[in-house]
Design a protein around this ligand. Structure first.
Ligand code: CA
Length: 224
């Protein structure tokens, strides 16, 4: 298992990296959010330990950006211990949250719990490509949607929403992010508008199971 530590504090980072290597877990470390995002893309770690207070950007922003492209398990470590941060951390897609100061035993227990949940303990990361082709094909170039080979007619905005969710199948997208990215930023949409589009897409796909609502967070595209 390879763990990426994104932490600017040398003492904390060294403690984590040394503590993990003592337990036969390979860890590498970067000190900024930008370096962390690049490292996840290039080294594909099995798990990320992410500090919230980074010099170049807030850890919540790093987490949000990682989630836009990756399903890597993320454990946030933070000196802030307010409950609100825990809620925010989980809302932005982190898998767990540890408050500083923490012991290595606690951190390692969380790492094992999170990787067990995500299946990363089972060995090398599974091939991101599905073994069988999906019944649902979203062709961005032609802006066409095929379900079991039959074209599904969506409105342009419905297509945009579905294509957005399809950009990372299985990943949860926050409502606010969908509204911001699919509708333009100057548009003050309500959650009801998004819900109406989701409902319309589900109906046209003949199965509400394609789009799963994650309570209090948003939506994800899954194989029903
Ligand atoms: Ca820090």
């Amino acid at each position: 298992m390879h763990v990426l530590v994104i932490e600017d504090d040398d003492a904390v980072a060294d403690g984590i990296v040394d503590g993990l290597s003592d337990r036969a877990i390979t860890a590498s470390r970067v000190a900024t959010g930008e370096a962390g995002i690049a490292a996840v893309e290039h080294t594909r770690p099995d798990l990320v330990i992410l500090d919230l207070g980074l010099p170049d950007m807030d850890g919540t922003e790093v987490c949000r950006r990682l989630r836009a492209t990756s399903t890597v398990p993320i454990i946030i470590v933070s000196a802030r211990d307010e409950e609100v941060d825990r809620v925010v951390a989980l809302e932005i897609g982190a898998d767990d949250y540890v408050v500083k100061p923490f012991g290595m035993r606690e951190l390692v227990a969380r790492i094992h719990a999170v990787t067990r949940r995500s299946g990363a303990d089972a060995g090398p990361a599974p091939d991101p490509a599905p073994s069988t082709p999906s019944r649902l094909v979203i062709d961005s170039r032609a802006r066409r949607v095929l379900l079991d080979g039959v074209e599904v007619h969506l409105t342009p905005r419905e297509f945009d929403v579905l294509e957005y969710l399809d950009s990372d199948r299985g990943a949860v997208f926050r409502r606010a992010d969908i509204l911001r990215d699919v509708w333009d930023t100057t548009w003050f949409g309500t959650a009801k508008t998004l819900d109406a589009h989701i409902a319309a897409i589900r109906k046209k796909l003949d199965d509400p199971g394609w789009i799963e609502a994650v309570r209090g967070v948003g939506f994800r595209l899954v194989e029903p």
